[in-house]
Design a protein around this ligand. Structure first.
Ligand code: IMP
Ligand code: MG
Length: 184
């Protein structure tokens, strides 16, 4: 893998596709264990747009009946969070009386997850679990419990496999990190 340019920035290889697949295997295994024998059809909630690739891979590995629901949450502009989270597309189905597994691409400050959990509780979900492909512990400041983490990473800006820089880079198969990440 080589360096790539996206708009005004240069990114270098960070997590390869195969390693990502291994992280998703391990997360799916833990979820399958916890939901073994489920008869209630839990909801897998994809937080668009970032989690679209992760959710697709994760769902292929889940071995209990589950339903895919999506919503869209927005907080990032450029390479950092605005600190304000907005639900920019409503839930595509009701979560009332349902168990929900949130599928997130990455948890950074935790503000998105906190806002998402509040919405799901207000909408009557009976249980909410949080699953994320990547987690930046150094940036985390809300303290919400995270049930399933694929991989912890340093507090650096990344793109690829669903993650974007101003909407570009989502289609990359591997994850890339901003070169000389001194953006914070
Ligand atoms: P949080 O609300 O700060 O936890 O941020 C969560 C959302 O911000 C994620 O779902 C991503 O969409 C976005 N995000 C956080 N870190 C990155 C990154 O390094 N690259 C691209 N998007 C990111
Ligand atoms: Mg996201």
């Amino acid at each position: 893998m080589d360096k790539i340019s996206v708009l005004d920035k240069t990114f270098v290889p960070f997590i390869g596709h195969d390693e990502l697949m291994g992280c998703i295997d391990s997360v799916a295994e833990r979820i399958n264990k916890d939901f073994e024998g489920a008869t209630d059809v839990p909801i897998v909630l994809c937080i668009l747009n970032g989690a679209i690739m992760f959710t697709g891979e994760l769902m292929q590995r889940l071995n209990f009946p589950c339903q895919l629901v999506s919503t869209k949450m927005t907080s990032y502009v450029g390479t950092s969070t605005t600190g304000e989270v907005q639900q920019t597309m409503p839930l595509t189905a009701s979560v009332k009386g349902r168990r929900v597994i949130i599928a997130e691409d990455i948890i950074d400050t935790g503000l998105t997850i906190r806002a998402m959990k509040k919405i799901l509780e207000d909408e009557g979900a009976t249980e909410v679990r949080v699953c994320t492909m990547l987690f930046k512990p150094e940036a985390y400041r809300t303290g919400e419990h995270i049930d399933y983490v694929g991989k912890e990473i340093a507090n650096r800006f990344i793109i690829g496999f669903g993650l974007d820089y101003n909407e570009l880079g989502r289609n990359l198969r591997d994850i890339y990190v901003l070169e000389d990440s001194t953006f914070r």
